[in-house]
Design a protein around this ligand. Sequence first.
Ligand code: 13P
Length: 256
Amino acid sequence: MRRFLIAGNWKMNAGPTEAKKLADEIAETWNGKSPKSEVLICPPFVSIPFVVKSFRDTALKTGAQNVHSESNGAFTGEISTEMLQELTCEYVITGHSERREFFGETDAVVAAKTKRVVTNELKAIVCVGEKLEERKNDSHRDVVKFQLEAVINSIDNEYASDLVIAYEPVWAIGTGETASPEQAQEMHKFIRSILSDFWSETIADNIRILYGGSMKPGNAKELLSQPDVDGGLIGGASLDSSSFNEIITIAESITK
Ligand code: 13P
């Protein structure tokens, strides 16, 4: 049984003041409750301590959107896994398409970061996903396979349980367009088959695969009901506490 992971990626939104307000609103709904789903917010670095504080008396978790692959040193502007652990983060997003596109992160960089995360007692949410033209020319499976294999090749199977994969078709991110539930299920099943071939069926069955790309209350039920969709990585809708809470509530109502 895979537990849903409902994760909000706030991207470069919500500085400390707004983050505290938003996190308080989310915490208020879940305070004293133990949701079946694991719920996570990944704020900008500077807002992490504020979200941690707001979530203190709840089961809600805090993560980061990025990390460096070294533990310390002359890397101006960077943040290490140790620093995130000190803030009690549990998860780190790696390989988001925006990092790949705007910050030149290659598959090798994503693999190094992911390795650093899982070997330092954190969990990685590894993002993969094709661009629109790749979907159109039917190379989306190859693209996702390549991105995924680049990462798992560098991870020992003892760390497989610290991996979460997020399928985020680039054409669906922030566009209001979503993969259809069938498209999502097809790709998630394909991703699981890659993990199964690489490690084993048992390991693959335990790795959660999230969908990301314009998930919102209106489409969450259909997407989350797919057999291989184990949660969501939510951008825009996670910046609205009632939408995010609604998605969590939808996840709570689904039994597979
Ligand atoms: P949107 O939900 O805004 O499309 O963003 C998805 C995403 O990139 C989450 O990481």
